[in-house]
Design a protein around this ligand. Structure first.
Ligand SMILES: [Zn+2]
Length: 278
């Protein structure tokens, strides 16, 4: 599942393949962009902000057009892949949303949740709602803590996944970070004793994973060994042996160890969250 580290690595791969090159053809398969032709536009750079990808483009003639940004969001299933020019893109054709050609490379976007073309100067307006980017060089931990604290009644799991607070965390990191800190996911944010430590851990774990091809929170790169709780319902906790619990009734899936992350005194919103594994 794409989270901040995946998007960061994707931006780097696109940058290596495209930055500095001029597009020779493009095919954007979303209704609003169907007639757009980016041939002649040069790729300036490829960057990520949280879970958003920004491909910045320079016009063929700076006198007649302003720089544009191709903005994409991977959602749950999206990806970008790079191929050598002339190769046939892998995967089902009906999943393809974007194709960018240069003389050397072919970049293909699959199942993108969002794809838009906007003036580069509009980036702040489009992404201004995002909290500090956990993988950004400009990451501001104090600001992230301040934003997390803004809604003290929200559960810490919801607060962590809200990209307006800090950008880059999805279901996987949410589950893993709360396990590592021993925090029950439905704890009200106001009752989490050390938010700065949680934010610092998030930054550390995402940074480490942005530099390796396989995401791990346990330190092990072996298949099936890379998470403590995520995706491990009804299997023994790696620390205490208690069966890992899962709550997947809402839009968001939450995994936790009922023993390592004991429920506090606060009742979950609506009394909905199970406290024991099912
Ligand atoms: Zn445990």
């Amino acid at each position: 599942m794409p989270e901040g580290d995946t998007v960061f690595r994707t931006a780097q791969a696109l940058g290596r393949a495209l930055a500095g090159a001029t597009l020779t053809a493009s095919d954007l398969r979303v209704a609003a962009l169907a007639t757009v032709d980016l041939a002649g536009w040069a790729v300036e750079e490829s960057v990520s902000r949280g879970k958003h990808l920004l491909l910045r483009l320079r016009p063929p003639d700076a006198a007649t057009a302003a720089p544009l940004t191709l903005h994409s969001h991977l959602g749950m299933d999206g990806s970008w892949r790079v191929f050598t020019a002339g190769r046939r893109p892998a995967g089902p054709a009906h999943h393809i949303r974007a194709v960018l050609h240069t003389t050397e490379a072919l970049a293909v976007g699959y199942q993108l949740k969002e794809l838009a073309l906007l003036p580069t100067t509009d980036e702040p307006a489009r992404l201004g709602h995002l909290g500090p980017d956990l993988l950004g060089a400009d990451f501001d931990a104090d600001e992230a803590v301040r934003r997390l604290s803004r809604d003290p009644g929200a559960t810490i799991a919801d607060a962590l996944r809200d990209q307006r607070h800090l950008a880059g965390i999805g279901n996987v990191y949410c589950a893993e970070l709360l396990f590592l800190r021993g925090i029950w996911p439905w704890t009200p944010t106001a009752e989490v004793t050390d938010l700065p430590a949680l934010v610092a851990l998030a930054r550390r774990v995402l940074l480490a994973n942005s530099r390796r091809p396989v995401r791990t929170t346990t330190g092990s790169l072996r298949r099936g060994q890379t998470t403590y709780v995520y995706g491990r319902s009804n299997t023994p906790c790696r620390r205490c042996g208690t069966l890992i619990a899962v709550d997947n009734r809402g839009e968001r899936v939450t995994y936790w160890c009922p023993a390592c992350q004991p429920a506090g005194t606060a009742a979950p919103p609506g009394g909905a969250a199970p406290r024991t594994p099912r």
